[in-house]
Design a binder for this molecule. Structure first.
Ligand SMILES: NC(=O)c1ccc[n+]([C@@H]2O[C@H](COP(=O)([O-])OP(=O)(O)OC[C@H]3O[C@@H](n4cnc5c(N)ncnc54)[C@H](OP(=O)(O)O)[C@@H]3O)[C@@H](O)[C@H]2O)c1
Length: 279
Protein backbone atom coordinates (compact mmCIF):
# COMPACT_ATOMS: atom_id res chain seq x y z
CA UNK A 1 0.00 0.00 0.00
CA UNK A 2 1.31 3.47 -0.73
CA UNK A 3 1.43 5.84 2.24
CA UNK A 4 1.61 9.17 0.41
CA UNK A 5 -0.15 12.06 2.14
CA UNK A 6 -1.72 13.54 -0.98
CA UNK A 7 -3.59 16.23 0.93
CA UNK A 8 -0.29 17.57 2.30
CA UNK A 9 0.89 17.84 -1.31
CA UNK A 10 -2.18 19.88 -2.25
CA UNK A 11 -3.99 17.04 -4.01
CA UNK A 12 -7.64 16.61 -3.08
CA UNK A 13 -8.28 12.95 -4.06
CA UNK A 14 -11.94 13.35 -5.10
CA UNK A 15 -11.13 16.38 -7.27
CA UNK A 16 -8.12 14.62 -8.79
CA UNK A 17 -10.24 11.61 -9.73
CA UNK A 18 -12.94 13.85 -11.16
CA UNK A 19 -10.46 15.77 -13.31
CA UNK A 20 -8.10 12.96 -14.40
CA UNK A 21 -10.24 9.81 -14.09
CA UNK A 22 -11.86 7.47 -14.52
CA UNK A 23 -8.91 5.73 -16.22
CA UNK A 24 -5.18 6.43 -16.33
CA UNK A 25 -3.01 4.84 -19.01
CA UNK A 26 0.57 4.23 -17.89
CA UNK A 27 2.89 3.42 -20.78
CA UNK A 28 5.79 1.61 -19.12
CA UNK A 29 4.12 0.39 -15.92
CA UNK A 30 5.97 -2.83 -15.08
CA UNK A 31 8.61 -1.39 -12.77
CA UNK A 32 10.35 1.80 -11.56
CA UNK A 33 8.50 5.08 -11.99
CA UNK A 34 5.67 3.52 -13.99
CA UNK A 35 4.75 0.98 -11.31
CA UNK A 36 4.87 3.73 -8.68
CA UNK A 37 2.61 5.92 -10.84
CA UNK A 38 0.17 3.00 -11.11
CA UNK A 39 0.12 2.41 -7.34
CA UNK A 40 -0.31 6.07 -6.47
CA UNK A 41 -2.97 6.67 -9.12
CA UNK A 42 -4.87 3.57 -8.00
CA UNK A 43 -4.68 4.81 -4.42
CA UNK A 44 -6.34 8.02 -5.66
CA UNK A 45 -9.14 5.87 -7.07
CA UNK A 46 -8.20 5.87 -10.76
CA UNK A 47 -8.59 2.72 -12.81
CA UNK A 48 -5.34 1.85 -14.56
CA UNK A 49 -4.34 0.59 -17.99
CA UNK A 50 -0.96 -1.05 -17.38
CA UNK A 51 1.23 -1.27 -20.42
CA UNK A 52 4.64 -2.79 -21.13
CA UNK A 53 6.24 -5.66 -23.05
CA UNK A 54 5.83 -8.11 -20.14
CA UNK A 55 2.22 -9.05 -19.36
CA UNK A 56 3.14 -11.53 -16.58
CA UNK A 57 4.83 -8.76 -14.58
CA UNK A 58 1.91 -6.42 -15.22
CA UNK A 59 -0.54 -9.11 -14.11
CA UNK A 60 1.15 -9.24 -10.70
CA UNK A 61 0.76 -5.49 -10.38
CA UNK A 62 -2.82 -5.81 -11.60
CA UNK A 63 -3.65 -8.23 -8.76
CA UNK A 64 -2.01 -5.90 -6.23
CA UNK A 65 -3.91 -2.81 -7.42
CA UNK A 66 -7.24 -4.57 -7.57
CA UNK A 67 -6.91 -6.07 -4.10
CA UNK A 68 -5.29 -3.07 -2.36
CA UNK A 69 -7.35 -0.29 -3.93
CA UNK A 70 -10.44 -1.92 -5.46
CA UNK A 71 -9.88 -0.28 -8.82
CA UNK A 72 -10.33 -1.79 -12.28
CA UNK A 73 -7.26 -2.50 -14.36
CA UNK A 74 -6.41 -3.60 -17.88
CA UNK A 75 -3.11 -5.17 -18.91
CA UNK A 76 -1.82 -4.37 -22.38
CA UNK A 77 1.28 -6.21 -23.54
CA UNK A 78 2.79 -4.24 -26.39
CA UNK A 79 6.20 -3.16 -27.66
CA UNK A 80 6.08 0.63 -28.01
CA UNK A 81 8.92 0.46 -30.54
CA UNK A 82 6.74 -1.24 -33.14
CA UNK A 83 4.76 0.41 -35.88
CA UNK A 84 1.48 -1.20 -34.82
CA UNK A 85 1.83 -0.27 -31.12
CA UNK A 86 -0.59 2.66 -31.01
CA UNK A 87 -3.29 0.89 -33.03
CA UNK A 88 -3.02 -2.07 -30.64
CA UNK A 89 -3.30 0.20 -27.58
CA UNK A 90 -6.33 2.03 -28.97
CA UNK A 91 -7.99 -1.26 -29.81
CA UNK A 92 -7.38 -2.79 -26.35
CA UNK A 93 -8.43 0.35 -24.47
CA UNK A 94 -11.73 0.35 -26.36
CA UNK A 95 -14.41 2.57 -24.82
CA UNK A 96 -12.56 3.18 -21.56
CA UNK A 97 -12.28 6.90 -20.87
CA UNK A 98 -8.61 7.76 -20.45
CA UNK A 99 -8.42 10.94 -18.37
CA UNK A 100 -4.69 10.75 -17.70
CA UNK A 101 -1.92 9.60 -20.00
CA UNK A 102 1.45 8.93 -18.37
CA UNK A 103 4.11 8.21 -20.99
CA UNK A 104 6.92 6.82 -18.89
CA UNK A 105 8.82 4.32 -21.07
CA UNK A 106 11.73 5.96 -22.83
CA UNK A 107 15.16 4.97 -21.59
CA UNK A 108 17.62 4.10 -24.36
CA UNK A 109 18.43 0.49 -25.27
CA UNK A 110 22.13 1.37 -25.57
CA UNK A 111 24.29 3.83 -23.65
CA UNK A 112 26.86 3.69 -26.40
CA UNK A 113 28.36 5.83 -29.10
CA UNK A 114 26.06 6.60 -32.04
CA UNK A 115 27.96 4.36 -34.47
CA UNK A 116 28.14 1.37 -32.09
CA UNK A 117 24.63 0.36 -33.15
CA UNK A 118 23.36 0.30 -36.74
CA UNK A 119 20.84 2.84 -37.98
CA UNK A 120 18.25 0.04 -38.06
CA UNK A 121 18.97 -0.96 -34.47
CA UNK A 122 18.24 2.58 -33.31
CA UNK A 123 15.02 2.85 -35.32
CA UNK A 124 12.61 1.22 -32.86
CA UNK A 125 13.82 3.37 -29.98
CA UNK A 126 13.43 6.53 -32.04
CA UNK A 127 9.94 5.44 -33.06
CA UNK A 128 8.94 4.84 -29.41
CA UNK A 129 10.21 8.25 -28.28
CA UNK A 130 8.79 10.21 -31.21
CA UNK A 131 5.99 8.68 -33.29
CA UNK A 132 4.49 6.52 -30.53
CA UNK A 133 4.53 9.40 -28.05
CA UNK A 134 2.95 11.93 -30.39
CA UNK A 135 0.34 9.46 -31.64
CA UNK A 136 -0.67 8.61 -28.05
CA UNK A 137 -0.90 12.33 -27.24
CA UNK A 138 -2.90 12.93 -30.42
CA UNK A 139 -5.40 10.17 -29.77
CA UNK A 140 -5.87 10.29 -25.99
CA UNK A 141 -5.10 14.01 -25.61
CA UNK A 142 -7.52 14.72 -28.45
CA UNK A 143 -10.29 12.88 -26.59
CA UNK A 144 -9.45 14.87 -23.44
CA UNK A 145 -9.69 18.15 -25.34
CA UNK A 146 -13.11 17.10 -26.63
CA UNK A 147 -14.21 16.39 -23.05
CA UNK A 148 -12.62 19.60 -21.75
CA UNK A 149 -10.66 17.80 -19.03
CA UNK A 150 -7.72 15.51 -18.46
CA UNK A 151 -3.96 15.41 -18.14
CA UNK A 152 -0.79 14.22 -19.85
CA UNK A 153 2.49 13.52 -18.07
CA UNK A 154 5.54 12.97 -20.25
CA UNK A 155 8.49 11.63 -18.28
CA UNK A 156 11.54 13.45 -19.56
CA UNK A 157 15.23 13.68 -18.82
CA UNK A 158 17.84 16.37 -18.25
CA UNK A 159 19.38 14.72 -21.33
CA UNK A 160 16.72 16.55 -23.35
CA UNK A 161 18.36 19.91 -22.53
CA UNK A 162 21.38 19.27 -24.76
CA UNK A 163 23.78 16.88 -26.40
CA UNK A 164 25.78 14.32 -24.46
CA UNK A 165 28.36 11.77 -25.60
CA UNK A 166 26.96 8.21 -25.75
CA UNK A 167 23.40 9.51 -25.49
CA UNK A 168 22.90 10.87 -29.02
CA UNK A 169 19.43 9.61 -29.86
CA UNK A 170 18.36 9.72 -26.23
CA UNK A 171 19.14 13.44 -25.98
CA UNK A 172 17.62 13.96 -29.44
CA UNK A 173 14.34 12.22 -28.69
CA UNK A 174 14.01 13.60 -25.16
CA UNK A 175 14.41 17.08 -26.65
CA UNK A 176 11.62 16.20 -29.07
CA UNK A 177 9.35 15.10 -26.21
CA UNK A 178 10.14 18.20 -24.13
CA UNK A 179 9.32 20.57 -26.98
CA UNK A 180 6.22 18.58 -27.93
CA UNK A 181 4.94 18.64 -24.35
CA UNK A 182 5.57 22.36 -23.90
CA UNK A 183 3.80 23.12 -27.18
CA UNK A 184 0.80 20.97 -26.24
CA UNK A 185 0.67 22.72 -22.87
CA UNK A 186 0.46 26.07 -24.69
CA UNK A 187 -2.29 24.74 -26.97
CA UNK A 188 -4.38 22.96 -24.33
CA UNK A 189 -3.90 25.03 -21.17
CA UNK A 190 -7.13 26.98 -21.76
CA UNK A 191 -9.06 23.90 -22.86
CA UNK A 192 -9.05 22.09 -19.52
CA UNK A 193 -6.21 19.67 -20.31
CA UNK A 194 -3.02 19.82 -18.26
CA UNK A 195 0.32 18.81 -19.74
CA UNK A 196 3.44 18.31 -17.65
CA UNK A 197 6.94 17.35 -18.71
CA UNK A 198 8.32 15.62 -15.63
CA UNK A 199 12.02 16.10 -16.31
CA UNK A 200 14.27 14.06 -14.05
CA UNK A 201 17.94 13.28 -13.52
CA UNK A 202 19.48 9.93 -12.58
CA UNK A 203 16.93 7.88 -10.70
CA UNK A 204 17.15 4.48 -9.06
CA UNK A 205 15.16 2.25 -11.41
CA UNK A 206 15.81 -1.32 -12.59
CA UNK A 207 16.77 0.00 -16.04
CA UNK A 208 19.29 2.44 -14.56
CA UNK A 209 20.76 -0.37 -12.47
CA UNK A 210 21.05 -2.57 -15.58
CA UNK A 211 22.86 0.16 -17.52
CA UNK A 212 25.25 0.78 -14.64
CA UNK A 213 25.90 -2.95 -14.16
CA UNK A 214 26.63 -3.28 -17.90
CA UNK A 215 29.40 -0.70 -17.40
CA UNK A 216 30.62 -2.42 -14.22
CA UNK A 217 29.40 0.43 -12.01
CA UNK A 218 27.60 0.46 -8.69
CA UNK A 219 24.56 2.56 -7.94
CA UNK A 220 25.69 5.55 -5.84
CA UNK A 221 24.03 6.37 -2.55
CA UNK A 222 21.45 9.10 -2.45
CA UNK A 223 20.11 8.65 -5.95
CA UNK A 224 16.57 9.99 -6.41
CA UNK A 225 13.83 7.37 -6.14
CA UNK A 226 10.56 6.93 -8.03
CA UNK A 227 8.73 7.18 -4.68
CA UNK A 228 9.94 10.76 -4.16
CA UNK A 229 9.50 11.91 -7.77
CA UNK A 230 6.08 10.53 -8.69
CA UNK A 231 4.02 12.39 -6.02
CA UNK A 232 5.67 15.65 -7.08
CA UNK A 233 4.65 14.98 -10.68
CA UNK A 234 1.06 14.34 -9.62
CA UNK A 235 0.98 17.41 -7.37
CA UNK A 236 2.40 19.69 -10.09
CA UNK A 237 0.36 18.29 -13.00
CA UNK A 238 -1.68 21.49 -13.17
CA UNK A 239 1.44 23.63 -13.02
CA UNK A 240 3.00 22.88 -16.40
CA UNK A 241 4.56 22.85 -18.78
CA UNK A 242 7.70 21.55 -17.08
CA UNK A 243 8.87 20.40 -13.68
CA UNK A 244 12.62 19.87 -13.48
CA UNK A 245 13.64 17.54 -10.67
CA UNK A 246 15.51 18.22 -8.43
CA UNK A 247 16.10 21.81 -9.56
CA UNK A 248 12.52 22.97 -8.98
CA UNK A 249 12.06 21.32 -5.61
CA UNK A 250 12.20 23.32 -2.39
CA UNK A 251 12.96 26.60 -4.14
CA UNK A 252 12.42 29.55 -1.76
CA UNK A 253 9.27 31.56 -2.44
CA UNK A 254 9.85 34.36 -4.93
CA UNK A 255 12.80 32.70 -6.63
CA UNK A 256 12.23 31.64 -10.20
CA UNK A 257 12.83 28.01 -10.99
CA UNK A 258 13.89 26.40 -14.24
CA UNK A 259 10.29 25.29 -14.76
CA UNK A 260 9.07 28.89 -14.30
CA UNK A 261 11.66 30.18 -16.75
CA UNK A 262 10.67 27.59 -19.32
CA UNK A 263 7.00 28.53 -18.89
CA UNK A 264 7.90 32.20 -19.49
CA UNK A 265 9.82 31.14 -22.59
CA UNK A 266 6.90 29.11 -23.98
CA UNK A 267 4.45 31.98 -23.38
CA UNK A 268 6.79 34.56 -24.91
CA UNK A 269 7.59 32.43 -27.92
CA UNK A 270 3.87 31.70 -28.38
CA UNK A 271 3.20 35.47 -28.31
CA UNK A 272 5.95 36.26 -30.81
CA UNK A 273 5.11 33.48 -33.23
CA UNK A 274 1.42 34.49 -33.17
CA UNK A 275 2.48 37.58 -35.16
CA UNK A 276 3.48 35.28 -38.02
CA UNK A 277 1.31 32.19 -37.68
CA UNK A 278 -1.74 33.55 -35.84
CA UNK A 279 -3.23 32.74 -32.40
N1 LIG B 1 16.27 6.03 -14.51
C1 LIG B 1 16.89 7.18 -14.73
O1 LIG B 1 17.99 7.44 -14.22
C2 LIG B 1 16.25 8.22 -15.60
C3 LIG B 1 16.85 9.49 -15.71
C4 LIG B 1 16.25 10.46 -16.49
C5 LIG B 1 15.06 10.16 -17.14
N2 LIG B 1 14.49 8.93 -17.02
C6 LIG B 1 13.26 8.65 -17.75
O2 LIG B 1 12.34 7.99 -16.90
C7 LIG B 1 11.54 7.09 -17.67
C8 LIG B 1 11.58 5.72 -17.04
O3 LIG B 1 12.90 5.26 -17.04
P1 LIG B 1 13.36 3.87 -16.46
O4 LIG B 1 14.72 4.04 -15.94
O5 LIG B 1 12.34 3.33 -15.54
O6 LIG B 1 13.51 2.94 -17.75
P2 LIG B 1 12.59 2.40 -18.96
O7 LIG B 1 13.38 1.38 -19.65
O8 LIG B 1 12.14 3.54 -19.78
O9 LIG B 1 11.45 1.56 -18.27
C9 LIG B 1 10.28 2.02 -17.83
C10 LIG B 1 9.11 1.15 -18.22
O10 LIG B 1 8.97 1.19 -19.63
C11 LIG B 1 8.72 -0.11 -20.14
N3 LIG B 1 9.26 -0.18 -21.49
C12 LIG B 1 10.52 0.07 -21.88
N4 LIG B 1 10.65 -0.13 -23.20
C13 LIG B 1 9.41 -0.49 -23.64
C14 LIG B 1 8.92 -0.85 -24.92
N5 LIG B 1 9.69 -0.88 -26.00
N6 LIG B 1 7.61 -1.16 -25.04
C15 LIG B 1 6.81 -1.18 -23.94
N7 LIG B 1 7.23 -0.85 -22.72
C16 LIG B 1 8.53 -0.52 -22.56
C17 LIG B 1 9.41 -1.04 -19.16
O11 LIG B 1 8.75 -2.28 -19.12
P3 LIG B 1 9.10 -3.66 -19.86
O12 LIG B 1 10.58 -3.83 -19.77
O13 LIG B 1 8.31 -4.63 -19.05
O14 LIG B 1 8.59 -3.53 -21.27
C18 LIG B 1 9.18 -0.32 -17.84
O15 LIG B 1 7.90 -0.65 -17.34
C19 LIG B 1 12.12 7.11 -19.09
O16 LIG B 1 11.34 7.95 -19.90
C20 LIG B 1 13.51 7.69 -18.91
O17 LIG B 1 13.96 8.36 -20.04
C21 LIG B 1 15.06 7.95 -16.27
Amino acid sequence: MTDVDFTALGIEPAEFKQKYGPWALIAGASHGLGAVFARQLASLGLNCVLLSRRPPVLEELQRELESDYGVETLVVGVDLMTEEAVATIIDKVGEREIGLLVFNAGAPPFTENFLKASADEWAGFVRMNTVTVYRCCHHFGGQMVERGKGGVILVGSHAGFGGTRKLSLYTGTKGFILNLGESLWAEWKDLGVDVLNLVIASTDTPTMREHMAAHGMEVPEGMATPEEIVPLGLAKLGDGPTLVHPDDVDVPAGEKTRGDLRRDHVLESTRISAQFIGD
